[in-house]
Design a binder for this molecule. Structure first.
Ligand SMILES: *[C@@H]1O[C@H](CO)[C@@H](O)[C@H](O)[C@H]1NC(C)=O
Ligand SMILES: *[C@@H]1O[C@H](CO)[C@@H](O)[C@H](O)[C@H]1NC(C)=O
Length: 179
């Protein structure tokens, strides 16, 4: 546990060091200049609505979580996932994080860099009663976790986050440990 804590602290320190680069990343992402980007912008990507109150709100939240999980966990496209589903306030309960989406975006982008260095598999998710949960395996170069993220919705947007990480060593006595 002490190793894990210092590992995470190290990650956070390197995130802080990269905070300046983050502004550049965001600016680049917000300016659609190439034909491909303009074409995909015209496809009108789904974007969350914090004021959505339809009778199918639960289904819409489920669909939002499914798309968020596809973007974040399968495609590892942190910025699109956040811009689409976490566009505003983001109340953060991770003990090592700062409040707000900007810190989370930079932390997560940094965590997935270089591209392909983290394998995210075994995703399951569900949503209900205004909350959503994702469970997946995150294999980094030198440590592997079973991760549960859970979120609170406002309309179809995510506004609050909790998480739990369990380290996977591969020597667990339970043959069906974690998944
Ligand atoms: C977890 O994912 C791996 C790789 O995709 C797969 O081989 C394995 O069967 C999955 N485990 C479970 C319990 O679904
Ligand atoms: C794990 O990887 C990080 C970054 O790649 C490195 O700083 C750290 O020293 C490594 N830890 C171990 C125990 O190998």
């Amino acid at each position: 546990m002490r190793f894990l804590t210092s590992f995470l602290t190290l990650l956070l320190l390197s995130v802080s060091a990269l905070a300046l680069n983050f502004n550049v990343v965001r600016q680049d992402a917000e300016v659609a200049t190439t034909d491909a980007e303009l074409a995909s912008a015209s496809l009108k990507p789904k974007v969350c609505n914090p004021n959505y109150r339809g009778s199918d709100l639960g289904q819409k939240q489920y669909e939002a979580l499914a798309d968020y999980a596809d973007l974040f966990i399968k495609k590892q496209d942190v910025l699109t996932a956040f811009n689409r589903y976490i566009p505003g306030a983001y109340k953060q309960h991770n003990p090592y994080a700062e409040q707000g989406r900007d810190f989370a975006i930079q932390y997560l982008i940094n965590g997935f860099t270089p591209r392909g260095s983290v394998q995210t598999t075994n995703l399951t998710f569900f949503a209900g009663q205004g909350y959503g949960m994702t469970h997946f395996k995150m294999k980094m170069p030198n440590i592997t976790f079973a991760v549960i993220d859970y979120f609170k919705f406002q309309g179809t947007c995510i506004v609050e986050h909790w998480d739990v990480l369990q380290q996977i060593t591969g020597t667990e006595p339970n043959p069906i440990a974690f998944f």
